[in-house]
Design a protein around this ligand. Sequence first.
Ligand SMILES: [Zn+2]
Length: 429
Amino acid sequence: MMIRFAIIPLLLALNFSMCKRHESAADSSQPATPSAAAAAVSPAVAPAASPPKITKTVVDQTAQTIIFCYHRLVDKIRYPGTEITPAAFEAEMKQLKDAGITVISMQDLLAWRRGDKNIPPRCAVVTFDDGWKSQYEVAWPIMKKFGYPFTMFIYTEGVRGGSLGGGEAITWEQLADMRDNGVDIQAHSATHQDLREGHNIMLAAPGGKRTRTKLTGPQYEQWVQNEVVGCKQLLEQRLGIKVNCFAVPFGSYNEHVKEIARNAGYEAMFTVYGQPITFTSPADSLGRYAIEANKPKVFVDAVKMIGTSSGGAAAVAEVGAANLSTQPADGETVHTALPLIKANLSRVGAIEPGSVQMRVSGLGVVPVSYDPKTGTASYQVTQKLRETSCTVILSAKSEGKKVEAHWTFGIDATAAAAAKASPSPTVKK
Ligand SMILES: [Zn+2]
């Protein structure tokens, strides 16, 4: 608290345009929930008379989890990038149930990754960013109806009464009520800005005037400490909780920021680059799917992703990509981070329709479409590719044998850089 109050008058960063209107990447690392803690601890707390018997939980390392990130729930959508109607949200929560996907808590996900607790094979974690009162008033009752746990990622200056907390912001009292009822509350920085050194940020000068600036050197270090560490301390002190997850604002971070977060005791960091989380996904870049009113396909794709099975480990026959008339072609460079990926499997032989699987580097298994009439397998990328090269692995079964093709295409540096600069997945119309 003291550190925070000392720093804020000098360095308060304010950003009207961004405030409360962005997806963010968060990282969360919290101690086990009461249930997880009990499950993990119980074997070791046998009465002193009997020898301590440690039984290690056997966890299913093949389980997969998709993490969703929501913002505001409103009846009338004005900002489709960060809003969703309560009806659409409730329908999505129902779809998870209908698809046999178990909604688990963030802390159970982390306990599973530590090997302390098992989770069902197909899971989802639901998170809400930025701290809006509609999350308390509208989302929470819906989550209660389904009995789903969830996580709130809060940026501390955005709470009501903070320098960025307006009338739609959640209050500390509401957060305390959520805490008392088992809602997981985690960190999302202090002022919600790009955390990398030398990037444009808004700072409040002592008179309250906000100015755009770039911080470097010791000034930057002091500022970023408050964003990453001060935020955690404030949440922990204000609410009497342990914070172990950090959602990175906009997903804009780098190795230095990761190091600060790790040193501060964060167990996991989150971006908005959605992908299924596996047992071995790197803890400092766990991707979440940002769900927006104007992109319902992101939700549908995410659900499909963990519904895809990879089939057996049979012998694989390699097929040259040139035989498949792939698009983009092997070695080609495209000028978009959202390419349509296609291949024609008709020359491979009779394909078993349900067997077609596509993997894309950076995305993993994607929900590929296969048209048996034309033999075409295709996938329209919906989350921007962020690297300058992309490898596709397409596999299928033909006459009982697994066939597989690999190819790599380039994404021109400008498109890839633009994708990195705007981490929220955006579909170009
Ligand atoms: Zn955010």
